[in-house]
Design a binder for this molecule. Structure first.
Ligand SMILES: O=P(O)(O)OC[C@@H](O)[C@@H](O)c1c[nH]c2ccccc12
Length: 385
């Protein structure tokens, strides 16, 4: 009988039902030779318990199992990093959250760039999150969160109302490329000022280690009476983070195509749909744009003008990608967000002419004494609610 290696993506593996998780985890390199027939038999042998509370978890777990088996069929013998690389993804996973960084570096070498470093740290952080709060608990917390607000609808309405791209204003204290952007940082005060001055939606950075953000900030903003829909700006590699974000009040989540293989994006989109959340899928280059346009159900694409690998910012990136793919994007009714490096009304007009309906802006607002007032400066006019 044909022998194939069973692989499960990090997000899938974390949530596989026990027998599959066990045999996907046996090898430290996270892949192992098994027979396809054996994998199928294990997948089918996993019974589905019923009951309303467990239904999402179990349905998804069952799905994971089948996806893992499908992965074997589709990718035939490739490791998780091979699968990512075959899609043009340069970011590798170490997949060994409990091993010291030193040992990992002995095996894989140092992280190749800041994004890879962030992802390696995130793998450890997510494993700790799982240990502190198991998936099942996070799902229950997400189910009890107040209802989602319509992130996509708020963007479309604001664009129509103001005739300039809708603003997603970012609550951002620091970044690896800029260091601390604002010393005197009060997330709630900034969020309220943004809302008062016409932001359609808000983006809250939650990564602590590299951006000095937090889920506490997200929760605080959500509890402050701010009405704008909220984007959780996180480096998502595992579905646990999506449920966690929802439990803290997020209405939308960022999914970065430079980090996530297609199957993860599809799977996470499904979870977002189930939770009533909007997924903002971020691309930076042509290959990522093509991959994302081939995924069904994508409604919102962000074009990042900043490379998360080199930090180089170039607003002509938005123009170039929309010149090439604008037709396909319009045909599918996808809304596009221009992200990063926007400072002046000319910058906004430039990406608007390129075809974006919304912009995501952090630094140029946050660094000003009055981030709320800074909005009219950025657009050259006051925005209406
Ligand atoms: O501060 P800027 O240049 O206005 O950029 C905001 C936003 O686009 C940027 O923070 C961002 C875009 N994609 C990301 C992914 C992770 C972290 C941060 C980001």
């Amino acid at each position: 009988m044909e022998s194939l290696r069973l692989v499960a993506s990090p997000s899938l593996r974390a949530s596989l039902p026990r027998p599959a998780a066990a045999f996907a985890a046996r090898s430290p390199s996270r892949s192992r030779v098994v027979t396809l027939a054996g994998a199928r038999a294990r997948a089918r042998a996993q019974p589905l318990r019923s009951g309303p509370k467990d239904s999402i978890l179990e349905e998804l777990a069952q799905d994971d199992m089948l996806n893992a088996v499908e992965l074997v069929q589709w990718e035939n013998g490739k490791s998780i990093n091979d699968i990512a690389a075959s899609q043009g993804i340069r970011i590798r996973r170490h997949c060994r959250p409990s091993v010291s960084l030193k040992e990992i570096e002995e095996e894989l070498g140092a992280p190749r760039n800041i994004l890879e470093k962030i992802i390696w740290d995130k793998e450890v952080e997510v494993a700790e999150g799982h240990a502190k709060k198991p998936l099942k608990e996070v799902i229950e917390a997400a189910e009890q969160a107040p209802p989602t607000r319509d992130f996509l609808g708020a963007l479309a309405a604001a664009y129509k109302r103001n005739g300039v791209p809708a603003l997603i204003a970012e609550v951002k204290k620091a970044s690896p490329s800029r260091g601390v952007i604002r010393q005197n940082f009060d997330p709630v005060e900034i969020a309220q000022a943004y809302e008062k001055n016409g932001a359609a939606c808000l983006s809250i950075l939650t990564d602590e280690k590299h951006f000095q953000g937090s889920f506490e900030n997200l929760e605080k903003v959500r509890d402050s009476g701010v009405k704008c829909p909220l984007l959780c700006k996180e480096f998502v590699i595992d579905k646990w983070q999506i449920y966690y974000a929802r439990s803290k009040g997020a209405d939308a989540i960022l999914l970065i195509a430079a980090v996530l293989p297609d199957l993860d994006i599809k799977y996470f989109l499904r979870i977002c749909k189930e939770l009533g959340m909007t997924a903002l899928i971020e691309v930076h280059d042509e290959m990522e744009m093509e991959r994302v346009l081939n995924i069904n159900g994508v409604q919102l694409i962000g074009i990042n003008n900043r490379s998360l690998e080199t930090f180089v910012v170039d607003t002509s990136n938005t123009k170039m990608l929309l010149e090439k793919h604008g037709d396909a994007i319009r045909e599918k009714g996808i809304l596009v967000v221009g992200e990063s490096g926007l400072f002046t009304p000319d910058d906004v007009a430039y990406v608007q002419n390129a075809g974006v309906s919304a912009v995501l802006v952090g630094e140029s607002l946050v660094k000003q004494d009055d981030p709320g007032r800074a909005i009219a400066g950025l657009f050259g006019k006051e925005l209406l609610h």
